[in-house]
Design a protein around this ligand. Structure first.
Ligand code: SF4
Length: 434
């Protein structure tokens, strides 16, 4: 039998699990409320309660697009500052298209999901070359651009161009799931299709952008994702099935969570007191193309293993085992060069959670002679030495390393007390005190 989903005409279809409300007359009275009434109530609520956000002051296609990309997975309060800074540096699409990739990544630093800014720039280049610098205005055309999917296309088309397309994101899905007591897993195709049908019928032709933004605001400030929603402040409290039945927190129905992959990492803050060693990550994969502190996976917890790994890194060896012995064959290798490095202090544990994986890190500050290392990044995977001002202005280091980057001044001071030969000195490096 075909599964029924809630629609504008039949908001309770498919919601067999809803408890019976003894106040049948009250339910009937609420159900006669039409979608037009709901839309009107929502827009009135929005007119009085809309959030004051910088991208709403002048909603050009570029402003809406940039803000929507930044807002993916990030709260508006955090995005405000990034948005203002990004626009000050790259005020329009041609400026974004012409910027250096590292400049864009630096402006994005801290927002995470760096593929978003790479796609933003790729799309800006296409808009400049193929659309004469003007963003296209329909969802179909917008979706041809890198990084623009159904949601962003609908948000830009409705807010900047007045196109009546519902922008279905987690907020709209959650509100819809509660409003209709949707029994489907909220991540399922069925749930998305049902929400789309509902919102497509409800979105007003005269204010589609406001309708989408009203739902975004409702989801962000009233129909909250975690915990109990503030139904007393909701314009839909009289037509919401979950509120009516007291089941607000039962919806949306979430899929079971897949376990995250845990990766153990040892991270090294290697400094001579003036500079630190960085390297660029590979062009594809997690945190692609960004700069990172040197690190090694799955090292034994012992201090000796960390020291051996540092020596291997500094000597550009692939083997991260104890110097002098091959992991695979057990055969004795030639003695490595005299170690120009010293473990200064443990930096303790830190954790960073990505969508599908988790880094369980431990850190070490390392004093080392960095004179043999280049002062600029030449290629991915190569270690190079950068000063603190250079890091602040040029190199985007993901927030995964923040806990250790914050210890940098302390590590540099400890390295200076070792009296390491610095980048400004001449002469050969010697054996460091450990
Ligand atoms: S009444 Fe409550 S549960 Fe229903 S949409 Fe409004 S805030 Fe969400």
């Amino acid at each position: 039998m075909e599964k029924k989903h809630p629609t504008i005409d039949n908001p309770s279809a498919g919601s067999a699990a809803i408890p019976q409300n003894p106040d049948a007359a009250g339910i009937e009275k609420r159900r006669i409320s039409s979608p037009t009434d709901d839309t009107r109530r929502l827009l009135s609520w929005y007119d009085e309660n809309r959030r004051d956000l910088p991208w709403r002051k002048d909603p050009t296609p570029y402003h809406v697009w940039l803000s929507e990309i930044m807002l993916q997975q990030t709260r508006a309060a955090v995005v405000k500052e990034y948005y203002t800074r990004f626009l000050a540096a790259l005020p329009d699409i041609p400026a974004l298209a012409a910027a250096a990739e590292d400049t864009c990544a630096k402006l994005w630093q801290g927002l995470g999901y760096y593929s978003r800014v790479r796609n933003l720039q790729k799309a800006a280049r296409i808009i400049t070359l193929e659309y004469g610098g003007e963003m296209p205005g329909t969802p179909e055309e917008l979706k041809k651009l890198p990084g623009i999917g159904d949601y962003t296309a609908a948000a830009v088309a409705s807010i900047a161009f007045g196109y009546p397309a519902p922008a279905i994101d987690g907020n709209l899905l959650r509100v819809f799931a509660r409003k209709t007591c949707l029994p489907d897993n909220i991540k399922s195709k069925e749930a998305k299709a049902a929400a789309l049908t509902y919102y497509e019928a409800a979105i007003p032709r005269d204010r589609p952008g406001d309708y989408n933004q009203a739902l975004m605001d409702l989801g962000a400030s009233v129909c909250l994702p975690n915990g109990k929603p503030d139904c007393s402040a909701c314009p839909w409290q009289n037509t919401c099935r979950a509120h009516e039945t007291g089941t607000e927190t039962d919806f949306p129905v979430m899929p079971p969570k897949a376990p995250r992959r845990r990766i153990r990492k040892t991270v090294f803050l290697i400094t001579d007191g003036e500079r630190i060693l960085l390297r660029r990550r590979p062009k594809s994969g997690l945190l692609a193309g960004l700069f990172e502190l040197p690190n090694a996976d799955d090292l034994p917890a012992a201090e000796d293993a960390a020291y051996a790994a540092v020596l291997a890194l500094l000597n550009r060896q692939k083997n991260t085992g104890i110097p002098g012995r091959s992991h695979r064959s057990g055969s004795v290798l030639p003695e490595p060069p005299a170690p120009a490095a010293a473990l200064l202090m443990p930096l303790g544990p830190a954790k960073h959670i990505f969508t599908h994986r988790e880094w369980d890190m431990t850190g070490w500050a390392v004093g080392a002679d960095l004179r043999k290392f280049p002062l600029r990044c030449t290629r991915s995977g190569e270690l190079f030495a950068a000063s603190l001002p250079e890091i602040r202005s040029e190199y985007s280091i993901p927030s995964a390393f923040r806990a250790y980057m914050e210890r940098l001044p302390e590590a540099m001071a400890a390295a200076r007390s070792l009296k390491l030969p610095s980048a400004n000195d001449s002469g050969e490096s010697g054996l460091l005190r450990r």
